[in-house]
Design a protein around this ligand. Sequence first.
Ligand SMILES: O=C1C=c2cc(C(=O)O)[nH]c2=CC1=O
Length: 504
Amino acid sequence: QFPRECVTPEGLRSGTCCPSPSGLNDDPCGSGTGRGECVAIAVDARPHGPQYPHDGRDDRERWPIRFFNQTCQCNGNFSGSNCGRCRHGWTGANCDQRVSVVRRNVMGLSTEDKRAFVDALDQAKRTVHPDLVIATRRTQEIFGPDGLTPQFENITIYNYFVWSHYFSVSKTFLGAGQASFGGVDFSHEGPGFVTWHRFHLLQLERDMQDMLQEPSFALPYWNFAIGGSTCDICTDDLMGARSSFDMNSLSTNSIFSQWRVICESVEDYDTLGTICNSTESTPIRRNPAGNVNRPMVQRLPEPQDVADCLQVNAFDTPPYYSTSSESFRNTIEGYSAPNGNYDPAVRSLHNLAHLFLNGTGGQTHLSPNDPIFVLLHTFTDAIFDEWLRRHSPDSTLYPEENAPIGHNGGYNMVPFWPPVTNAEMFLTAPENLGYSYEAEWPAQAFTMPEIITMGIVSALVLVAVVFAATTCAVRAKSYKMEGRQPLLSDQYQRYDDEKSQSVV
Ligand SMILES: O=C1C=c2cc(C(=O)O)[nH]c2=CC1=O
C-alpha cells in the first residue's frame, strides 16, 4: 500500500509521501528533471450510496487522506510513487515509446510456458515486495503501543496481492465490544468491481515483470465459461490437481500444495480491530464442484453466458449495487442472470466461478490465496475489455456519484498507491493500458433496435427497386406505343451510328 520510505514517523506526521527517484533529498518526485511535483491529493467529494451509514469511522474513506495528503503528480507518461517509471503501456528513458503485452489462454500455453508461469507465481509468493509495505494497525493505533513505532510490515509480492484484496473487503471496525459493520466493500458489489480488479491485476503483472526482469511477462487467463463440473486448470502442471487423500486439498505434486494462506483469522481482526498481517497459516483448500449444499454452484458458467452478458448495453444502473438490473457490471460480477435480469437467487459468471472452487477461492476475504484467482480475474477483465470495445462507452457512463462508497468514478481505489481512480481504468486496455487479450469472442448478435432498423432499410430498398422497375416498364411501354425503341436499345443504336459514321 505505501512506499517503505514514506512510513517513517516524520513522513506519517507530515502526511507527505513524495520520494525522489534519484534518492537526492531536494528532488521530490524527480521535480529537478521535470518528471513530477509533490501536490495535495485530490479526493472524491461526491456523495456515496446509502449502503454505508458510518461516515468518519473508516480509514478507507476519502482514500488515502487518513494516511497521506501529499503525493507525487507525474507529468506526461511518467508514473509511479516517485515518478521514476512509466505509465502502463509506455517505456524508454523518457517514457515515450509504446509497449504492450499479450495475455493468453493458460490452456494453450506450451509445457515450458506453463512451467515458467507456475514458477513465476511461486517466486512472487517468496519474494519480498521491493517498494511497498502494509499497515498492520488502523490509523488510531498506527504509531504502536509506544507512540513512536509505525506499525507497518514487509510482505511478499504475491501476499501483497492477497492482502490488498482482503483490505478492500474487510469490515468497518466500530469499537471494542461492538459488531463490525459488514455492509462495505471497496472492490465488489459496485461499478468499481471491474476497475478495481483491473488495477489489482496490472499491479501484480508489473511487480512480476520487475521481479523476473522480463518486461514482456503477461498474466494468462482461464476461460472458466466451459460449463460442466470439471476444473480443467486443476492439474499439476497448472494450478494443482486434487489430492488423492483429501478431497479438499491439493496434490503434493503441485508447488501450490506448499503455499500457506494469509488473512485467515478474520474474526480476530474484526473483534480486536486489528488488520491482517503477512503471517501465513494453513494450506489452500479447494474442492471444485464439491459444494453438495448448493447444487447451483457445482457447475461452471456456460459459453452462452459470456455471449449474453456482452449484449447488456448499460455499464451499470442505479443503485449501482449488487441489486442492479440490466447492468453489465452486475452481470459479469455474477449477481444477475447472464441476460442482465437481477435475481437474488442467481450466481453467475465471476461469482459462480469463485463459488465453484468451494474453498479458499470462494471466500471473499481469502480468495486470492488460491492462485486460480489470478486466472479467473484475467478472464473477467478480458470480458470487460471486450464489452468496452463493443459498446465504446463515453467516460461519463461511469457513475460519478451515489455509487457505494469506494465506487464513484473519482474515488481513489483502496488501498492502492500512488492514488489511482476507478475512472482511470474505464478505458480499452490495448489502446490505453499496454496489454491485450488473445481471445475469440462470440459473434455479436443483432439487438432489437438494429433488427428494426435493418427491416426498415430493407423495406425502403425494396420499395425503391419496385418503383424503379415499374417506372422503366411503363416508360418502355410508352416508347413502344409511340413506335420507338426502348431507351437501352436507343443507346446501342446511337453507339452503332457513331461507329459506322467514324468508319465512313
Ligand atoms: O472471492 C470471492 C468470493 C465470492 C463469493 C461470492 C458470492 O457470490 O457468494 N462472490 C464472491 C466474490 C469474490 O471475489
